[in-house]
Design a protein around this ligand. Structure first.
Ligand code: GLA
Length: 739
């Protein structure tokens, strides 16, 4: 059994040969932390990894002791993970283990997204119950270990078992004590149009954090942090990741104390947070997913990709082949009518694209972003036959139809706002900030969730809609819950998120066959929380191929290729004005949930031929791109950033597609070999450039050679010693020919 309990040392050891997590009940009843990371043998005591004579903090003030649930004011002067104010105003806690149980499988978390198991045999969950008798606080810590993954999922439930009111002020989902601080901290940060760039810096004394106070995980920082040993690469070295399955305000923080130990914590951001627990009440905390790799960052990403793709994403679209889409946004923006859309859809179908998505502008009287959010009624001026006629005409072309919505918002110029101004978030008697001319609805109010469920269900039932892009284009200002009493205003942000999740749950349950994609001004809520409802997300509003190299590289640290919407758009690119070859735009978007975002009627004949070939190539390799293993080879963040390379390998290692990108052409390109990873060393592969315009055909290369010597990527016959232009991409199609 992967959860071992040794009563002699009062030690818990979660182990599966790929990761170990060891804890011990200390002499004073507190839960001590002994080890997280490299797999250790079962059947042994690891008590020596923590204090042996620990009697209580009073005797060891300031000494760094590994703790699972550090609290404030107890002599552990590092950052706490739990602060609960009690009726007398104090926050001191003395949480002692009173019980534990091992549960088969993995219980769901009430109201919150989480990873799951399909069969109980896939995992075991340890529940450790701690109590502070004086406060009447019970904490149930939950640790799930999966049979074959280097991953531990942790969450907790807080319960008031006493008679007084408790106020939870800080409640981290995970706190991890590391015995040294010779690590680099890696975060994924950016802003609109350049989301999730990896940044690495050594851990230094004091604290370093990223987080969000926006009411969404945000474009700026992702709910994730990683520590890696210095000089860790994609293929070698140790790394630990902490990823939070949550889409709202979060904090991810590292602290190094004077004697050099480190503490990591991740959870709901404590700033402004205060959750009242009346007697008998409970609060479930979001899940944190810890992953460990001793073989580089690539293996850490593998662990997250596989877990999130198979056991966080749910519903029929988890495993179904996902369609190639064409989204209307960059093609026509708000400027369309029924006939133009049907013409676009016809051109879409002619290209072999499988689904046509109508983006913003189909409802109310929305000719720009200044009105109508909230009025989810079709605009008959543009679409006289409604969505039903449009979807019908699109389907008659042999393709599917998809639609954009932004349910959480309201425009001040809308019927909904006229009818229910009180549903828009604002502090009574004060001004309201409009962002993109819109306000946010208070989804903490159950009647708002009910209304939106009915309104959006009405739309989705009104026509043959196979796909929904659910957008969210502004963050929350003037936070205030109109129905919350003054002492509960600190619950506002989390209640908003619970309402958002509830709406997602209801709509995805009611419409299981619709493929949902989430979006938030691009990747402003690209997090594991939403992946539990929508299997894919719009990665970034930036569709430029060169920019996307960095965005998709960084995103892939945690998130699988199958979750990253990636579209070929027109040139000059609408975000950066760059003109890149169509081949390069395709070669970048293949490594995402592939599609187009342009007006297909404007393609030249030659471009049409090229797009058809791209769609054919993608659909022929769809299983590989959507379910294979993504391997990062050359980082666009290293050296001068002029190159990038990555590949997909099928799970049976018989197929692969390798891509190498060069940003600027350089004279006299150097001879270069790209070392591949993840192939079968004993297999021979036919390596064929794609497209194979010159008809060169493939060459046979052994897997071990491709991995240890590499694949030659120098341009064939550079004319006059000059490179082949800017923004180039080369693709290679690998197929096993024998053992
Ligand atoms: C956001 C999205 C875009 C598009 C527009 C529509 O910016 O990120 O993809 O849907 O909204 O208004």
């Amino acid at each position: 059994m992967p959860v071992e309990w040794r009563p002699e040392e009062r030690q818990f050891h979660l182990h599966n040969g790929r990761i170990s997590y060891v804890m011990r009940v200390l002499a004073n009843g507190w839960l001590g932390h002994l080890h997280a990371g490299a797999p250790l043998a079962a059947g042994r005591s690891y008590a020596h990894l923590g204090p042996t004579d620990f009697q209580g903090f009073s005797q060891r003030v300031g000494e760094p002791v590994g703790l699972e649930l550090p609290t404030a004011g107890s002599g552990d002067f590092r950052i706490p993970s739990l602060v609960v104010e009690q009726p007398d105003g104090s926050s001191l806690l003395d949480l002692r283990c009173v019980d534990h149980r091992v549960l088969p499988g993995k219980p769901p978390l009430a109201g919150l997204p989480s990873t799951y198991v399909v069969r109980d045999e896939e995992a075991e969950t340890l529940e450790v119950e701690l109590r502070d008798e004086i406060a009447g606080l019970e904490v149930r810590l939950l640790y799930t270990i999966f049979g074959d993954r280097p991953v531990i999922a942790r969450s907790a439930v807080l319960a008031n078992r006493g008679e007084g009111r408790l106020v939870v002020r800080t409640a981290m989902s995970a706190s991890l004590d590391l015995p040294d601080s010779r690590w680099e901290l890696v975060q994924l940060s950016g802003t609109w149009s350049r989301e999730r760039y990896p940044h690495a810096a050594p851990l230094l004394p004091g604290r370093r954090s990223v987080g969000s106070l926006r009411g969404a995980s945000g474009l700026e920082h992702n709910p994730f942090l990683m520590v890696q040993r210095p000089r860790t690469s994609e293929a070698a070295g140790e790394a630990i990741g902490l990823s939070l399955v949550y889409s709202g305000n979060f904090l991810a923080e590292a602290e190094v104390e004077p004697r050099g130990t480190a503490r990591l914590r991740i959870g709901i951001h404590p700033e402004g947070f205060a959750w009242t627990l009346e007697p008998g009440a409970e609060l479930a905390l979001p899940e944190a997913v810890l992953a460990w790799s001793g073989e580089g960052v690539g293996a850490l990403s593998d662990a997250y990709h596989d877990l999130y793709r198979r056991r966080l994403v749910r519903g029929p679209w988890r495993d179904r082949p996902r369609p190639v889409v064409l989204n209307s946004w960059e093609g026509v923006y708000f400027d369309f009518d029924h006939d133009r859309l049907v013409e676009m859809a016809r051109a879409t179908a002619d290209l072999g694209i499988e689904l046509f998505v109508l983006d913003d502008g189909w409802f109310g009287e929305r000719d720009s972003d200044t009105s109508s959010l909230g009025d989810w009624v079709v605009d008959r001026r543009k679409l006289p036959g409604g969505l039903r006629a449009l979807a019908h005409d699109v389907e008659a072309l042999g393709i599917r139809f998809g639609l954009w919505i932004e349910p959480e918002m309201v425009s001040p110029r809308s019927r909904l706002f006229d009818a229910h101004p009180e549903w828009a978030i604002q502090v009574p008697g004060r001004g309201r900030t409009e962002i993109r001319h819109q306000l946010v609805l208070d989804l903490g109010r159950p009647e708002v969730v009910d209304h939106l469920e009915a309104a959006i269900s009405g739309v989705l039932e009104s026509a043959a809609i196979s796909y929904v892009k659910w957008d969210m284009n502004r963050n929350i200002t003037e936070p205030f819950g109109g129905t919350l009493p003054p002492e509960r205003q600190g619950e506002f942000f989390h209640r908003y998120m619970l309402g958002v999740y509830e709406l997602w749950r209801r709509l995805t349950t009611r419409f299981p066959d619709i493929l949902f994609e989430s979006c938030a001004s691009g990747g402003g809520r690209f997090d594991p929380g939403l992946l539990a409802y929508a299997p894919q997300a719009w990665t970034s509003d930036d569709t430029d191929a060169v920019e996307r190299l960095r965005i998709q590289w960084g995103t892939s640290l945690v998130y699988p290729v199958s979750s990253m919407g990636a579209h070929v758009s027109a040139v000059p690119n609408h975000q950066v004005g760059r003109i890149t070859p169509l081949a390069t735009r395709g070669a970048v978007a293949f490594f995402g949930q592939f599609g187009y975002e342009l007006d297909p009627r404007r393609l030249t004949e030659a471009e049409g031929v090229e797009v058809r070939a791209q769609v054919r190539f993608y659909t022929e390799h769809r299983a590989l791109f959507q379910q294979g293993r993504f391997v990062r080879l050359r980082s666009p963040f290293e050296d001068d950033g002029n190159e990038a390379a990555w590949m997909m390998v099928s799970n049976d290692r018989r197929r692969a597609v390798v891509a190498h990108y060069r940003v600027l052409g350089r004279p006299v390109p150097r001879y270069d070999r790209l070392r591949l990873r993840g192939l079968d060393p004993l297999t021979t592969y036919r390596v064929t450039p794609w497209p194979d315009a010159a008809g060169i055909g493939g060459v046979a290369r052994a897997g071990d050679e491709l991995m240890s010597v590499g694949l030659g990527i120098e341009p064939a016959d550079p004319p006059n010693g000059v490179g082949v232009g800017d923004f180039t991409a080369r693709l290679f199609d690998l197929e096993a020919t024998g053992g």
